[in-house]
Write a protein that binds this ligand. Structure first.
Ligand SMILES: Nc1ncnc2c1ncn2[C@@H]1O[C@H](COP(=O)(O)OP(=O)(O)O)[C@@H](O)[C@H]1O
Ligand SMILES: O=C(CO)[C@@H](O)[C@H](O)COP(=O)(O)O
Length: 534
């Protein structure tokens, strides 16, 4: 006799971020029982990505062929099966997707998705013909300045846009990107029957039909009224015609959107009762995976560096983003995103240390905090806040590396402080993402922010864990006796698992003394580089 049925329940989470597709299978105690990943640059070289993206012919143009993500899903599922993962025990699936990217489904693509043949790979069916745009814009793209201005002007200015949607128009946000496609490729826009975000695309694959967009990731589009949680008619009208029918109705991130499609039942032995939950953006998902209260500052060092906090009420920020919260659905979260992040660190690691992070850290640690006042700027790509491009470098590897890491963290702190954040010993910072394994970088964060830095014990990134946790919670809500009062997300997840936090670094005593004057100088440097237009 096997274990009782209840104990065999498993939750499956995906994270389709910039550089990889990751999958994790959790048991009923939310312990990891299998995990797999597909790295786009090396596992799918035929798509010729660098850091998960393709460069377009225009300056600051970035795209991805959506079939790469479909193929990655075939491979990651096979890799889970190769680890003997029993997918028949999965009771709920959810995902986390890089934010803002959009996929444009053809009529044929939607029909194919609804009638998948389980004898074949997904990518052999959901191929180029499933999408009317095969160079799908991703978050790194910043070629929509014109569309941003047009949209802001039409709704009454950038403050009005920010008040309504949580952000002024940003080039990578989906609304301006959709408008650009409508203007430049009008025929393709007309042929697009539905538009998915990367997150809702993940759930669509499992559902076998187009899945709605959730409020939280939907807040990264400049199209959603974040207070009413419906598409803003004003924004839709200034973006592109008949957009509401292409987007569908937005839903709560806790929504059970349906059962897994027959394709997965036949090909991977999923139970026909397995539920598909709306997926969300990777930053909201990271916040869901971190399980800390609203007093914590959370930082993700993925391809982008992001700073996030939970919020009870929306703020009216001039810069940065306010999104609907992914788990406390009446609440909000703040997000600051910096584009020149891991890929810049990786580039400098290659040129100074032959790609060896240990050597990189030796250089970093061989220089004193404050680096004799030397601070670098590495806005290789157009930075998001401020909108600035330009580089200031140093010749010795020791000075160069400390100037880079301190410069990046000073930049993050100065932008956050300009928006009203305050940091100090009472602030607690939890860090996740690929670069969070690097203790020397974490020590620099502790010093520059003058705050203790923690990591989670999971061994897997928060965005990925957040996807599987959210699947478990949405199912709990659905299964709950209608008369019962549900636990909130955090209490429910913490009733099944503990949040093991490791204190990794504490700030040195003289941190504030060293970095306060550097912060002032850094602000000035970033201001000089900032594009005068915005
Ligand atoms: N030891 C390390 N030190 C610093 N950065 C690292 C280290 N290991 C991995 N990284 C960085 O992590 C990044 C990938 O992070 P990840 O969170 O997986 O990205 P994403 O989720 O955006 O695909 C890489 O670009 C790499 O530079
Ligand atoms: O644009 C944003 C957030 O607004 C990025 O943070 C993307 O969501 C990509 O995330 P990572 O791949 O860096 O995690």
């Amino acid at each position: 006799m096997g274990p009782p049925k209840q104990l065999k329940r498993a939750f499956l989470g995906f994270d389709l971020s910039t550089q990889k597709l990751k999958a994790v299978l959790l048991n009923c105690k939310l312990e990891v029982i299998a995990a797999a990943e597909v790295k786009f640059d090396t596992d799918l070289p035929e798509f010729r990505t660098t850091g998960g993206a393709n460069n377009g012919p225009d300056k600051n143009e970035y795209f991805v062929q959506p079939v790469m993500w479909v193929k990655a899903m075939d491979i990651v599922l096979d890799r889970l099966v190769m680890q003997q993962a029993d997918l028949s025990t999965v009771v709920a699936i959810s995902g986390s997707g890089q934010q803002h990217g959009s996929l444009y489904w053809s009529k044929h693509g939607i029909k194919t998705l609804q009638n998948l043949n389980s004898e074949k790979f997904l990518h052999a069916q959901i191929d180029d013909s499933a999408f009317v745009v095969n160079r799908t814009p991703i978050w790194m793209d910043s070629t929509t300045t014109k569309q941003c201005l047009e949209m802001e002007m039409a709704v009454g200015g950038k403050h009005k846009m920010a008040q309504l949607t949580g952000s002024k128009c940003y080039e990578r946000f989906t609304g301006p990107q959709i408008r650009k496609i409508y203007q430049k490729r009008c025929h393709a826009y007309e042929e697009a029957k539905r538009i998915s975000l990367v997150s809702s695309f993940i759930s669509s694959l499992f559902l076998g039909s187009i899945c709605p967009i959730d409020f939280s990731d939907g807040s990264g589009m400049n199209l959603l009224d974040i207070r009413k949680k419906i598409w803003s008619k004003e924004c839709l009208n200034v973006c592109a015609p008949d957009l509401d029918e292409r987007l569908g109705v937005p839903v709560s991130p806790n929504t059970v959107v349906g059962n897994v499609s027959k394709y997965f039942v036949k090909r991977f032995s999923f139970s026909p009762d397995c539920k598909v939950i709306a997926s969300t953006g990777d930053n909201p998902s990271a916040l869901a995976g971190m399980l800390v209260n609203s007093k914590w500052l959370t930082i993700s060092l993925g391809t982008s560096d992001t700073l996030m906090m939970s919020l009870k009420e929306p703020l009216n920020w001039e810069e940065g983003h306010v999104l609907c919260h992914p788990t406390e659905t009446e609440q909000y979260m703040t997000l600051l995103c910096f584009k020149n992040a891991s890929l810049v660190r990786e580039g400098i690691n290659k040129t100074t240390s032959g790609g060896n992070w240990e050597k990189f850290n030796e250089y970093l640690e061989s220089t004193p905090r404050g680096n004799f006042g030397n601070m670098a700027v590495h806005f290789n790509d157009m930075e998001i806040i401020p909108r600035a491009q330009g580089v200031l470098r140093f010749s010795s590897p020791q000075i160069e590396i400390r100037a880079l890491i301190e410069g990046q963290m000073l930049h993050h702190r100065s932008v956050a402080e300009d928006l009203g954040y305050r940091f100090g010993q009472e602030t607690h910072i939890l860090v996740t993402g690929g670069a969070s394994v690097n203790k020397s970088i974490l020590q620099t964060i502790a010093d520059v922010f003058n705050s203790p830095v923690y990591t989670q014990d999971e061994g897997h990134e928060a965005a990925l864990m957040g996807a599987a946790y959210r699947a478990a919670y949405a199912l709990y809500l659905q299964e709950l006796d209608k008369t019962g009062t549900p636990l909130c997300y955090r209490d429910y997840i913490l009733s099944l698992t503990t949040n093991k936090l490791n204190l990794v670094c504490e700030p040195n005593k003289d941190s504030e003394q060293i970095y306060a004057p550097m912060l002032l100088r850094y602000r000035e440097m970033a201001r000089i580089l900032a594009d005068p237009y915005k």
